[in-house]
Design a protein. Structure first.
Length: 358
């Protein structure tokens, strides 16, 4: 990590850190994120430099941005907007909270206790082994879970498309360690890139591997592209350490001996549709891939979620051990309470555990 890859700023008075979902309640049956899931992105941009990242916009900053007063602003938002409400807080919808800069900034070791002191329900999405540093903060708190993204077990795939993220085998070990400590884990097989990692014969071993590591959920979806072409082709604000997807596809095509891979993908998406603001492949392709994954999940001991493939055009599955089976709602959201001091959180934890058992 170089100095030019990270910049610093302070949040202005009117800026929020905790953001409400950008969907109407009327569309909640179709929405992957759900209308009760509120987002805390700890950083702006991500040093994992995944070429397929959907959070690539014309206004993206040219470096990872550390907002120095983030934790203080998060507490202000919790007090002002969330006490008394039942919501889930997603830490990492568009940027990994445990990306390399977190090793130095250590925001998560302050943010997790803050959420727990309010009795909040939250989950963390990451590719990083650094989350194990904070295992002690989460192990005894009931209303939390973790999403670990493992797009492929193929090390070559990771080198090309996820060059700065921990290797897949290390992420499997994260799933195993978190699960062994009683922290529920959802594994995100996301994105499935057409012509690249959509071979079910390769995806099935991945599903079996993470089931063996203790994963409680599998979430899978196909590659999403923005309509302006920033994900595929990049733009002026894209930093030198983050290459566009088309460049990664070209390298993959050379490695695998597949000509015109980028052109094939563009042609497929030209036949697709817009779903939740993003371009996705045709429904026939999505259904074929996701139904095959659904079968592999069942073989590994997972059951399909109630939304299935039909409504959401994505797939969420879970083991049969709870009333909710979604990466967003592994547990029913608890009510955000007035803050208690860390020494008094045992009472909050007991109350949350009792509430969940009812």
């Amino acid at each position: 990590m170089e100095a030019r890859e990270v910049s610093y700023r302070r949040l202005k008075r009117g800026e929020r850190v905790v953001h409400p979902p950008k969907v109407a309640r009327s569309s909640r049956e179709e929405c992957y994120l759900g209308w009760r899931v509120h987002v805390i992105n700890v950083y702006e941009r991500c040093l994992h430099a995944c070429s397929y990242c959907f959070a690539e916009w014309p206004w993206s900053p040219p470096s990872v941005v550390v907002r120095e007063n983030l934790v203080e602003r998060a507490e202000r938002d919790l007090k002002r907007f969330y006490v008394g409400r039942r919501v889930v807080f997603n830490l990492g919808s568009a940027t990994d909270p445990y990306q390399p800069v977190e090793a130095r900034e250590v925001f998560m070791r302050r943010l997790i206790p803050l959420l727990e002191s309010y009795g909040a329900t939250f989950y963390v999405c990451t590719k990083s082994t650094l989350i194990l540093r904070d295992l002690d903060l989460m192990v005894n708190y009931p209303n939390r879970w973790v999403g670990v993204t493992i797009t492929s077990l193929n090390e070559a795939f990771a080198e090309v498309f996820e060059p700065r993220a921990p290797r897949p085998k290390d992420r499997v070990r994260v799933v195993e360690k978190l699960s062994s400590e009683g922290i529920p884990v959802a594994v995100r097989v996301d994105p499935i890139i057409p012509f690249v990692n959509d071979d079910v014969e390769e995806l099935s071993p991945l599903i079996a591997e993470v089931e063996g590591a203790g994963a409680r959920l599998i979430v899978a979806s196909t590659l999403k592209l923005d309509r302006s072409g920033w994900i595929l082709d990049g733009g002026p604000s894209q930093p030198p350490w983050k290459r566009p997807l088309s460049k990664a596809l070209d390298e993959w095509g050379l490695r695998e001996g597949v000509e015109g891979l980028s052109s094939k993908l563009r042609e497929l998406y030209a036949q697709g549709e817009v779903l939740h603001g993003y371009l996705v492949p045709p429904a026939s392709y999505r259904r074929r891939i996701l139904e095959a994954i659904k079968a592999a999940c069942r073989s590994a001991g997972f059951a399909p979620c109630k939304m299935g493939v039909d409504l959401r055009r994505e797939l969420t599955t879970w083991k049969v051990d709870g009333d909710l089976g979604c990466a967003c709602y592994m547990y029913r959201p608890s009510k955000v309470k007035f803050k208690v001091e860390r020494s008094d959180t045992s009472a909050v934890m007991s109350e949350l555990s009792a509430e969940r058992s009812r």
